[in-house]
Write a protein that binds this ligand. Structure first.
Ligand SMILES: [Zn+2]
Length: 336
């Protein structure tokens, strides 16, 4: 996507109010400043970006949140962190008077599901004829997400029961038809974790990718929770297949939009670049393993070279070293 397209997206206004849209430039990963057409909202520190007439994204509440609006009500992909749930509910209510019907979770990460309890309770189930869920909006996820969010008997659950998914699935694809479009929820069984999904809004032509795609850093492969580099690359390939770029008329403001778990909104080419970057690093580490290198030797060989300035980190929760180690552990586990 060209920078011009980005800035015209950045100029999209919602709610008749001033919105801060801090979109980044298409190339180079630089955060764009607020251009003259965008404004900062005083509605908390959330950023709200209209992607389509009936689809917007909320940033600043943890992981990015996708919001589809229509006659049936609101479908929300991820709910941000618990601390920002009130502000997220307020932003949705500002956009529509219709009820929140569904929450879909892309993983069990606290910054993606932390708002589940508050957001679902602010909504209203589609199944009004019963006391199902006490009337709250449904929460849909892959089965593994419920397993991660609840707890084995005798242990304390990391989340309140009101935040747990109410509807889970274990097949590759779950679908719904709401607000005049097909919504496909595509399980990616071993990518960032074992419970990731891609959520594809077919008419809006928007895909919420969760942390399978994180343009702020190397993808977080959570090996302890079932993530693998092979599954991560498979999920990125799926994303590339689902998305369609603006061809043959590349100058048009068109093409599938991909919402990452964190970072800037992407088009197909951005996902291709990210997928290629991850694949190159995977190949380097695989070659070093084949050559008999130990993990320490592999780290010393800097297999992420060329990409660390843009995606790497020496400190914080997900360092370059963490990433290299996760790739290594995925590949070693693969051996019989
Ligand atoms: Zn995240």
């Amino acid at each position: 996507m060209t920078p011009g397209v980005r800035s015209s997206l950045a100029a999209a206004w919602l709610f008749g109010a001033a919105i801060c849209v801090n979109i980044t430039e298409a190339r180079g990963g630089l955060r764009a400043g607020h251009d003259q057409e965008s404004r900062t909202t005083d509605a908390g520190d959330l950023e709200v970006l209209e992607l389509r007439p009936n689809f917007f994204m909320i940033a600043g509440a943890g992981g990015h949140i996708g919001v589809q609006l229509g006659d049936d009500g609101v479908v929300v992909v991820d709910t941000g962190s618990a601390a920002k749930a009130g502000a997220v509910v307020a932003a949705i209510k500002k956009a529509t008077t219709r009820p929140i019907r569904y929450v879909i979770n892309t993983s069990a990460d606290p910054d993606h599901v932390g708002g589940n309890d508050a957001v679902s309770k602010a909504g209203q189930s589609l199944f009004t004829s019963s006391d199902f869920l006490g009337g709250a909006a449904s929460i849909l996820s892959a089965e593994k997400v419920l397993a991660r969010m609840s707890a084995p008997a005798g242990q304390t659950s990391p989340f309140p029961a009101g935040a747990w998914p109410t509807e889970t699935f274990d097949q590759a694809r779950k679908y719904m038809y709401l607000n005049g479009e097909g919504i496909e929820v595509l399980h990616q069984p071993a990518a960032h974790t074992d419970g990731d999904v891609l959520v594809f809004f077919r008419r809006s032509d928007v895909i919420a990718a969760g942390d399978i795609l994180d343009t702020t850093r190397f993808p977080v492969i959570d090996v302890a929770r079932g993530g693998t580099i092979q599954g991560e690359i498979a999920a990125l390939n799926r994303l590339v297949e689902l998305a369609i770029p603006s061809v043959p008329i590349v100058s048009r403001e068109a093409g599938t939009l991909v919402i990452p778990g964190h970072g800037r909104v992407c088009d197909q080419m951005d996902v291709v670049e990210y997928r290629d970057m991850v694949t190159i690093i995977r190949d380097r580490i695989r070659d070093l393993i084949k050559a008999g290198s130990t993990l320490d030797q592999i780290k010393a060989a800097s297999p992420a070279r060329g990409f660390t300035r843009r995606y790497g980190s020496d400190s914080g929760p997900w360092t370059t070293s963490n990433f290299v180690e996760a790739v290594y552990r995925s590949l070693v586990q693969e051996k019989p």
